[in-house]
Ligand binder design. Structure first.
Ligand code: HEM
Length: 181
């Protein structure tokens, strides 16, 4: 019988990728839901802390996902290939989408931590941009993922996209929401 050895790093890269995407979907969906509720005039500061926590978990999972690529021997990546969009030799475009999503998440997370000290001005701009991380990460998932087209994965993608679209439609565009600190 033919035995194929599957590297543990590869399994973990895929597992952390899917977990990171789920956490990112959660943080974006929860953020949009909180924003819609805030626009309706309801208090939401506790809900906002869940949004913050999910953001930290999503970013941590992405960092582990990226770090594992450095130790994977099947398709080794360098630190430059991981951090610079289009520097990768393996599926450069698909990987770049993930890298750009990562670079949108980092400043939103950092400025969120510094918000009390630095104020809202930069935070709100950078934070609005971070929402673009979701479509980019989703495109990265579809184009780079080995299992992206498996039935379970398609079900996740369709459910995530449906939640994202419904919550976007639930927003009141003209209302500027300045979140509680
Ligand atoms: C928000 C950021 C990111 C998210 C949510 C994410 C998520 C994912 C997901 C869901 C997969 C598919 C797993 C599978 O089913 O096979 C994947 C695969 C992959 N990701 Fe990411 N990723 C992100 C950032 C990055 C970055 C920055 C890099 C490297 C520069 C990267 C490199 C890869 C590679 C090489 C694969 C292919 C693994 C395979 O062989 O299946 N990702 N990612």
């Amino acid at each position: 019988m033919l035995e194929v050895e599957i590297p543990w790093t590869w399994v973990l890269i895929r597992a952390t990728g899917v977990a990171a995407w789920l956490a990112l979907t959660g943080v974006v969906a929860w953020g949009l839901a909180v924003r819609a509720v805030k626009a309706a005039g309801k208090p939401f500061s506790r809900a906002l802390s869940l949004h913050r926590w999910l953001g930290t978990i999503a970013l941590l999972l992405v960092v582990v996902h990226m770090a594992l690529l450095l130790v994977d021997t099947y398709e080794p990546f360098t630190i430059v290939e991981i951090l610079v969009p289009m520097a990768a030799t393996w599926k450069p475009f698909a990987v770049a989408l993930g890298t750009v999503a990562f670079w949108l998440m980092v400043p939103a997370w950092l400025l969120g931590r510094m918000r009390k000290r630095w104020g809202d001005r930069w935070f709100l701009r950078v934070h609005a941009l971070a929402y673009a991380a979701w479509p980019l990460a989703t495109a990265h998932y579809v184009l780079a993922g080995t299992d992206a087209l498996a039935l379970w994965s398609l079900a996740l993608l369709v459910a995530g996209a449906a939640v994202f679209v419904v919550l976007l439609l639930a927003q009141t565009p003209r209302e500027r929401v300045t979140a509680d600190r």
